[in-house]
Design a protein around this ligand. Structure first.
Ligand code: 3HC
Length: 707
């Protein structure tokens, strides 16, 4: 079956791409060949005055090159060839002897946008599904079908670098403002407007585009000196952002600058060469694996034969603190459901509603929603000091104080006022779900939904079925979590679940290292260099020392000595040094802004920063203690698959994506090496490093998590 069809409408060739049996259009080899043949056959057709290119998919233009195809490539030369072939195809589009107009509706990404860039005029729909951009660097590669050359020539150097180096995708309104597309129309008239534009161009009309980047753009970009300055600034910002862990944005910058210096032809060659090198790097492989794992997780309910989830239209949230209001605000913003909040007194409810509203205000500020949508969404939020409005809720999420009795009481109250099918979810981070469920009349309707703070920003949700939880309750929680925009993993009801279980020993180790005389910021910066977004001590300040202490108490009680909390944390707790929310933790915070290390904390802890162990040793202790626990928990079945474990760590606390997650990283290091190093660490620093049985067994069998 052909992917490309075309017909002639009054001198305008209307070409439609619809890759058969695929949910989205991608530009694989076969499609490329067809496209080249189609353009070649039309080039000499005298009846064709202009060409319009459209997608036949409902809500997708082109999702880019076929990622599955390029991960199969085994060497840089082959990858370079793939990129060069893509460029050739688009050169054909650019050099088509008559005007080419594209009509864009839906995702127009990577190679898809590069095709649009090669065309002579771009019309896009103003629909939210129309997302345009060059996300390649997020896959560890660069736009390799001319994107590094054509985008800066169209929108100016700075705007192009801003997109390409961050792998950004923009909604069509912004794309229009930036000059990435020429015209914006409602979906219903896309085809007509594109054909009209093609007809006008066939009659000799040409679009007049403003000089990209305005006057400052001219000063900065119109001459080699200005461009060198822009490049140097970009280079510096990249170094700060990537800590040298991600080569793709540097290569993309190189490809853009090279093309501006040596011209389009040479630029394209260089771009293909760099694409070839990047596509076979380990970093790119890891990032692509994450892309596919994310897609798999979108369809996985964590149980075999998942029943249909209940469609949630009304959500009840009990507890209007920071978590409760974050859940309420995010649910309204993302899932567009009616949300009713409940807390013990009205003042608290009002504060909670205000906080929930901030999620919507933020979207308005960032122009993600219109004023009208903002007003409509706010109307969905309400609250009270009783359970009025809960009766018809399909899902109730509690986010009250982290205490078993309190949560059990809330469950009983909610059961009184809701119907038999209502799902009750607890946003506990530590308490076993089955224990909460015991107090209820319908334990089969009880489940855990562990959100991370701040809810609006943190991408992970752990869903935790209890021993009696009904499968329909699991699918409902997972489906609703996805509607809230979260990546969801289903984990076992075991102390600390997955994320806190593997985070616990890591944070504890960091606190122990402070006591051994290493500076707080030195530890954090080491881990940031290694690839984490923040270091462990900044993280614990964000989470709150009290929250961390509670979690650590639960883990200690459940798993014994290896989770014994570092002595200093209790001292900090006693003196009210709770982290960011108290204005002081390991760091100082002034009006919500993080300042330097609060040096008085050393005195309080009886620590003397004097250098302590070497950097390599610190790094190894922090990483290995986490990997050891991750392997142990995975073997216990806390996560169903290594994929879930790795995605949980990446999305839950920012485990460096280019390392693929803790279990993939354990594979890369090898179980035997890990066992050897952990034994050495155990000898030196204590039994908490002793390799787990699971790891020893893997080492003996030379086993890996991934094939
Ligand atoms: N290549 C191969 N498969 C792709 C793909 C691509 N570029 N884009 C999407 N798919 C597949 C997904 O894996 C999924 O497959 P499955 O059904 O077998 O799991 C299916 O298409 C549907 O995708 P989603 O579930 O993600 O659908 P959504 O509607 O949620 O999202 C999307 C659609 C926004 C297009 C999203 O899929 C996406 O972001 N895709 C990747 C975009 C991208 O990174 N493009 C750059 C590619 S590299 C490139 O172009 C190089 C060039 O410069 C030379």
């Amino acid at each position: 079956m052909a992917a490309i069809t075309w017909g002639l409408e009054d001198g305008i060739a209307v070409m439609v791409l619809d890759v058969p049996k695929a949910p989205v259009n991608t530009l694989g080899r076969a499609v490329k060949d067809e496209l080249i043949a189609a353009f070649a056959s039309l080039e000499h057709n005298p009846s064709v005055r202009a060409l319009v290119f459209l997608s036949g998919k409902q809500d997708n233009f082109i999702a880019g090159a076929d990622i599955e195809e390029f991960v199969r490539l085994s060497n840089a030369a082959e990858s370079e060839r793939l990129s060069a072939e893509g460029q050739e195809m688009l050169d054909r589009v650019a050099a088509f002897p008559r005007p080419v107009v594209v009509g864009i509706h839906g995702a127009c990404l990577g190679g898809g946008f590069e095709l649009a860039l090669a065309a002579h005029y771009r019309v896009a729909t103003d629909h939210p599904k129309t997302q345009i951009g060059l996300p390649e660097v997020q896959l560890g590669i660069l736009p390799g079908a001319g994107g590094c050359q054509r985008l800066p020539r169209l929108v100016g150097l700075r705007a192009a670098l801003d997109m390409i180096l961050a792998g950004k995708t923009e909604r069509s309104q912004k794309a229009f403002r930036l000059g990435m597309v020429d015209e914006l129309v409602p979906p219903s008239i896309l085809r007509r407007v594109a054909i009209d534009a093609a007809r006008r161009m066939a009659d000799g009309w040409r679009p007049r585009r403003k000089r990209p980047g305005g006057f400052v753009g001219f000063l900065l970009e119109g001459n080699p000196l200005g461009r060198a300055l822009v490049a140097r600034t970009a280079q510096r910002q990249l170094a700060e952002r990537t800590h040298g862990n991600y080569p793709a944005p540097f290569a993309a910058l190189d490809a853009v600058m090279y093309g501006l210096r040596h011209g389009m032809r040479e630029g394209l060659k260089h771009e293909a060469r760099l694409f070839g090198q990047l596509a076979v790097t380990d970093v790119s492989r890891k990032l692509v694996q994450i892309f596919f794992a994310t897609n798999q997780l979108k369809k996985d309910y964590g149980i075999p034969d998942p029943p249909r989830p209940i469609e949630v239209k009304r959500l009840g949230v009990v507890g209007s603190g920071f978590m409760g209001s974050g859940i309420a605000g995010t649910a309204v913003a993302q899932a567009i459901v009616d949300v009713r909040m409940r807390d013990t007194d009205l003042a608290r409810v009002a504060a909670g509603l205000r906080t929930a509203r901030e999620v919507l205000d933020d979207r308005l500020k960032r122009r993600r929603i219109s004023r009208y949508e903002h007003a409509r969404l706010i109307a969905l939020l309400s609250g009270g000091s009783g359970y009025a409005g809960f009766r018809r809720a399909e899902l109730v999420i509690e986010a009250v104080f982290e205490d078993l009795k309190t949560k059990q009481q809330v469950l009983q109250e909610v059961e009184q006022v809701t119907h038999d099918r209502t799902v009750f979810a607890s946003n506990t981070s530590t308490i076993p779900i089955s224990q909460i469920a015991q107090a209820g009349r319908r334990p089969e309707r009880v489940i855990g939904m562990h959100f991370f703070s701040p809810v609006a920003r943190m991408p992970l949700l752990e869903v935790i079925p209890g021993a009696a939880t009904d499968p329909e309750v699991i699918t409902t929680a997972v489906a609703f979590g996805r509607r809230m925009g979260k990546t969801v993993i289903v984990v076992q009801d075991s102390p600390g679940f997955w994320v806190n279980r593997i985070l616990g020993p890591y944070i504890n180790e960091a606190a122990l290292i402070v006591l051994e005389g290493v500076a707080i910021d030195a530890i954090d910066s080491l881990m940031v260099q290694w690839g984490f977004p923040v270091g462990p001590l900044t993280l614990v300040d964000e989470v709150g020392i009290d929250v961390a202490d509670k979690a650590s108490g639960v883990l200690h009680a459940a798993f014994g000595e290896r989770f014994a909390p570092a002595p200093g944390l209790a001292t900090m707790l006693k003196s009210g040094r709770l982290g960011r929310k108290a204005g002081k933790g390991f760091y100082r915070y002034v009006q919500g802004k993080k300042k330097g290390v609060d040096t008085s904390v050393y005195e309080e802890l009886g620590a003397h920063p004097n250098g302590g162990p070497r950097a390599a040793e610190i790094l190894q202790r922090l990483v290995y203690v986490m990997l050891n626990e991750a392997v142990r928990a995975a073997a216990e079945g806390v996560v169903h698959t290594p994929r879930d474990g790795d995605m949980g760590a990446i999305f839950g606390f920012g485990f460096p994506p280019f390392r693929g997650g803790p279990l993939r990283h354990a594979d890369d290091l090898g179980a035997e090496r890990l066992v050897g190093e952990l034994e050495r660490l155990a000898e030196r620093h204590g039994n908490r490093f002793a390799p787990s049985d699971a790891l020893r067994e893997m080492a003996a069998r030379h086993a890996k998590f991934y094939p």
